[in-house]
Design a protein around this ligand. Sequence first.
Ligand code: PHE
Length: 337
Amino acid sequence: MDPVAALGEYQREALAAIEAADSPESIEAVRIEFLGKKKGRLRELQAVLGQVSPEERPVIGKQFNSVRNAVQTALESRQKQLSRPKQAADALDVTLPGSPPQLGTRHPVTQTLEEFRDIMGRFGFLVVDGPELEDDQHNFASLNIPEEHPARDPLENFYLATAAIAGRGLDEPPVLLRSQTSTVQIRVMEHTPPPVRIVSLGRVYRPDTIDATHHCMFHQMEGLMVGPDVTMAQLKTVLQLFARAYLGEDVAIRFRPSFFPFTEPSVEVDMKWGDIWLEIGGAGMVDPNVFRAVGYNPDEVSGFAFGLGIERFCMRRHNIPDIRWLYENDIRFLQQF
Ligand code: PHE
């Protein structure tokens, strides 16, 4: 047989057999048939090539080597393919991209509360807490709010049916969800001799008509500073610095004369938002009657107090036009903070 034709035939048949092998066993059979050292097609081929003339030998030898290498390479790659375990349809493919876990964020109001505590802490104010369920004494009486005052009106407050509270009798004094954090001023002064410098942040409740800027539950930050000579000028400075620290240097706030039973003189505080002034809270110098109610001597100390609505600051910072959005728990809204 012509050696060149024999080489060609060997290569063609070997590659076809390799291609056709479909299991580790059949590819092993192909290897033995075409590349086996002892007998098989390679030996036969060598026998044919042994008959070529010495002049032809180097050329044919070269061809032989390249054919054998080609067959060897094809066989090895097919062996690899066939030895890989078959992927079951429902098997875990660890090379697929993962689905990232959905991380929650802190509620924008919570973020605001935390930042307020931070700022006031830097100003040297101690952060304290007070209960949301309050009695007449702390929500009204000690704050110089007399019996007939309209602020005590059942229509202005969430009074609780005391009989429904475990351990309380019908004849016991009423309790309510606090309508203001000023209750904490009283609770602190009752137990602490002056000087005091505190803030208290928390929820307050009022049966207000709900609209874009009012809710029946919102948050306030109460501030109280009492000492030998605390002044109105200090109050204005603290509120200015606070507003700038949270909203930026260019925020404008203004003070309007007002009235609260527990401060004298009193002011209302507004901040500029676009073209309008929005009320953000009340403040003033602690009324002597409040000092008397907690056992302080108004001739020895003076103090200022303020109560700010927290949501409105948060709304201005993030440009939120409607307070209700903060409490609808719409994930599309909350995810943005
Ligand atoms: N407690 C008042 C309110 O809720 C605000 C206030 C606090 C005013 C402290 C004066 C001093 O409207």
